[in-house]
Design a protein around this ligand. Structure first.
Ligand SMILES: C[S@@+](CC[C@H](N)C(=O)[O-])C[C@H]1O[C@@H](n2cnc3c(N)ncnc32)[C@H](O)[C@@H]1O
Length: 248
């Protein structure tokens, strides 16, 4: 198979809502660890992949042999993505489809993270990454960006495969307690955040709008030094989720 057809497949995959482009070794590593169906891997140097597996993911040595990957020239690799990953590894996997209603109906006390109109795919990905690490029940991105777009997968290091993640245009009904995480809110309650909360975070520039704020059962602020306006979106998600984990 020629480098040209490999390029065409990777370009088509970026626009295919069923597929996920995994840019870089870390995204591929996490995708495999969390059971993704990887359809194709392209690399430049088999020895370099072997070294990455040996040093960063020896648990995957049997599932990520360089012999299964397509070897392409450095020139062709540079055309497989707008920002070719420095690790020299890129792959295509099948997205894991989950409906927003399924995300919200997950059992157990863990919160669902609701990102309202996130503007930056990197922030969206970083929020997915911390939600996976903190064992949140799932992540919903309301409006705008697709949590499976390549830059969001890159920002999440492929951890979209570790928990249910979906984009949504309209929030389905839910009995989860709606918690607005907002710089204008109150200090977190001493009893901690309610179980099964839907933790809503606002868009980077304008935060949560009045409609969503008025829907909240509680509004929680992360304390900050005087003069600091707000935290980065993904940082706020990290603080809120680890505050929840501490008391869980
Ligand atoms: C960059 S901030 C938005 C800033 C926006 N100008 C505002 O005042 O809300 C993005 C989101 O991160 C969360 N956030 C950032 N700092 C926070 C804080 N100190 N307390 C609670 N939430 C915070 C909120 O959900 C916020 O909507």
């Amino acid at each position: 198979m020629s480098d040209r057809t490999t390029e065409e497949r990777f370009h088509r995959a970026r626009k295919d809502p069923e597929l996920a482009v995994l840019e870089g070794f870390h995204a591929l590593k996490h995708a495999l660890r969390f059971g993704a169906e990887v359809l194709e891997t392209a690399i430049v140097e088999p020895e370099a992949l072997g070294r990455l597996v040996a040093s960063l993911a020896p648990d995957l040595s049997e599932r990520l042999p360089a012999s299964d990957a397509r070897i392409v020239t450095p020139q062709a690799f540079a055309r497989l993505a707008p920002r070719p990953p420095a690790t020299g590894v890129i792959a295509i996997a099948r997205r894991r489809r989950v409906s927003p209603a399924e995300v919200l109906s997950a059992a157990g006390p863990a919160p669902v993270v609701l990102l309202v109109r996130p503007r930056h795919a990197g922030n969206l990905g970083a929020a997915v990454r911390v939600a996976a690490a903190a064992e949140a029940a799932g992540v919903l991105a309301l409006g705008g960006r697709d949590p499976w777009e390549p830059d969001a997968i890159r920002g999440a290091a492929g951890l979209q495969f570790a928990l249910p993640v979906a984009g949504v245009d309209v929030l389905p009904p839910t009995d989860r307690p709606f918690v607005a995480v907002d710089p204008g809110g109150d200090p977190p309650p001493a009893s901690g955040l309610p179980a099964r909360a839907l933790l809503a975070f606002g868009t980077e520039r304008h935060g949560l709008d009045e409609t969503l704020l008025s829907r909240a059962e509680i509004r929680v602020a992360i304390p900050m030094r005087k003069g600091v306006s707000s935290l980065n979106l993904a940082t706020a998600v990290a603080v809120a989720l680890y505050a929840w984990r501490r008391i869980d």
